[in-house]
Design a protein around this ligand. Sequence first.
Ligand code: HEM
Ligand SMILES: *[C@@H]1O[C@H](CO)[C@@H](O)[C@H](O)[C@H]1NC(C)=O
Ligand SMILES: *[C@@H]1O[C@H](CO)[C@@H](O)[C@H](O)[C@H]1NC(C)=O
Ligand SMILES: *[C@@H]1O[C@H](CO)[C@@H](O)[C@H](O)[C@H]1NC(C)=O
Ligand SMILES: *[C@@H]1O[C@H](CO)[C@@H](O)[C@H](O)[C@H]1NC(C)=O
Length: 590
Amino acid sequence: MDAAGILMLLCALEVVAAGAVNPCCYWPCQNKGVCVNVGQEGYECDCSHTGYYGENCTLSYFWTSVHTFLKPRPAFSHYLLTHYKWLWNVVNKISFITDNMMRLVLTARSSLIPSPPTYNSEYHYLTWEGYANVTYFTRLLPPVPKDCPTPAGTQGFKIRPNVTELAQEFLLRRTFIPDPQGTNMMFAFFAQHFTHQFFRTDFNRGPGFTKALGHGVDLNHVYGQSLEQQYHLRLFKDGKLKFQVVNGEVYPPSVKESPIKMKYPSTVPVEKQLAVGHNLFGLVPGLLMYATLWLREHNRVCDILKEEHPTWSDEQLFQTTRLILIGETIKIVIEEYVQHLSGYHFKMKFDPELLFKEQFQYRNRIALEFGHLYHWHPLMPDSFKVQDREYKYEDFLFKPDILLDFGVDTLLESFTKQRAGRIGGGRNINGAILNVAISVIEHGRQLRLQPFNKYRKWFGLTPYTSFQELTGETEIAAKLEKLYGHIDAMELYPALLLETPYQDGIFGESIVEMGAPFSLKGLMGNPICSPYYWKPSTFGGQTGFDIVNTATLQKLVCLNTKRCPAVALKVPDNGSSKSEGEREQTKMEF
Ligand code: HEM
Ligand SMILES: *[C@@H]1O[C@H](CO)[C@@H](O)[C@H](O)[C@H]1NC(C)=O
Ligand SMILES: *[C@@H]1O[C@H](CO)[C@@H](O)[C@H](O)[C@H]1NC(C)=O
Ligand SMILES: *[C@@H]1O[C@H](CO)[C@@H](O)[C@H](O)[C@H]1NC(C)=O
Ligand SMILES: *[C@@H]1O[C@H](CO)[C@@H](O)[C@H](O)[C@H]1NC(C)=O
């Protein structure tokens, strides 16, 4: 008998010694059927409401087959949506078609997210605790059962590849790979700023818990996490937030005036420590820049509301303005941010009324998997360019001075010009932040995330059959195969980054198909999008409602800066001056 044979025998003996393998470790239930182990060695698949039946939920009902047959493959839809620009230019003008398409996008995407939420990192079966305890991130897929032979169930090796080596070999940047979609630093910092209101892991409790109990777009990164923090940030006059004036411009107050616990190294003097809703936003001047913009916007909207409602209390002005800013955020995120990311020529629209006749739950719970998927650190460049200066990481991080010295306008101009890195395709994370990728992979293991292919299946994607198919090449694929043993054992986060990106795309199919459902569900699941909220009175009347419905990033900038610099979420391309035109128009209107 050769070595491999002996090894196999040993493994078999081990299994026998430990009793039979939990049959659910083989993932027998297909098509979202739920596996329940029965007796010592048995299992049952619960196929209820899946459209399938049979022992393993593999047999489809007639209408399910029709539906599956007619449903276009994601890669095909993506191709259509990112090509034929001339056709889309026509389609985008016909609101009957665009409304129906947008409705389809919203319902098709968000129907993939269970709502109310189901599992969490503690419970692989349904529990009241899992539903009610919002300190957990929810889990789309339950953890791999603890008694499985391998971390992926039954496939792959017992021992996972060394994380540090994995990150260094496959994720560490060799030379900067710019994003082919032209994504810039404006986008990168927007992403970081926007998402950190709902991705706020509570490491004191563990990587499966969150501090952001609102589970969505509540702007706690502007208004603070608790009422106590909020009170420190508020002026208690005319609904406004506290601020300070530096070089004739408005900035967040220092922690002296707003004594909330911000995280700054002791090297930053107290009067330079800016206080904002998220206690880690002192980390990056780009985050403080967005914090400043939103603070100015808040106080600007307060003035407008106060003018219309001179009798309103500070409280009512504050609360109503917060709802307006939530609306503005969702509008900008859907129509500009998601629009840019998608690369679609189809023009997306933020219109909550599209869902009023649909089955849609106005609630959201942030999923752990969404947080992992959103670790877009490859966006970060090798150095940060501000005007004619270039900062290394150590000179840029925790340097609020950069914002105060250059001012918001200059940072906006510089970040709009600087290209961000491509997220997908591997080997594009700067060494200074590679440890973040290492820790997200470690957390994935600790929390027993199901393998990548299982997530592919959930989102209606065909599981990859080989590493070559995943990476679209052979060299990296061969190395991965050696490390993981089987494609069905490949881990979620590394796979997302190592999947072949779309042609000229920022990332590949899986980040799009998994990210979009979480994202759109989170945005449209916001209470302000529901029928009793989505009306002018909620926003202080037609004026406030109009502010929400006409919000753009360019306006946010123009109405709150001196110079009204041209901004965009991608680097300006040489030919067109469309954003310049929009800017001129905005300047004239206001
Ligand atoms: C200079 C830029 C950045 C630095 C220094 C940085 C650093 C970090 C660090 C230290 C963590 C905590 C890691 C851990 O202990 O698990 C983290 C988490 C995270 N980062 Fe970044 N990051 C940067 C930019 C970005 C960008 C552009 C994004 C884009 C979306 C992003 C998304 C995230 C997410 C989603 C998390 C998880 C947050 C949580 O759940 O608490 N980061 N980052
Ligand atoms: C269901 O799956 C199990 C385990 O994968 C397999 O042994 C069995 O033959 C399958 N049953 C049917 C009806 O396909
Ligand atoms: C949620 O669960 C955690 C972990 O079991 C526990 O420490 C915490 O007290 C629970 N929170 C609530 C509000 O029940
Ligand atoms: C992983 O590899 C690194 C670098 O080669 C090494 O320092 C570390 O001890 C290894 N970790 C484990 C858990 O083996
Ligand atoms: C824009 O022009 C610069 C310099 O003229 C050139 O390097 C760059 O590749 C051009 N970019 C695009 C998108 O055409």
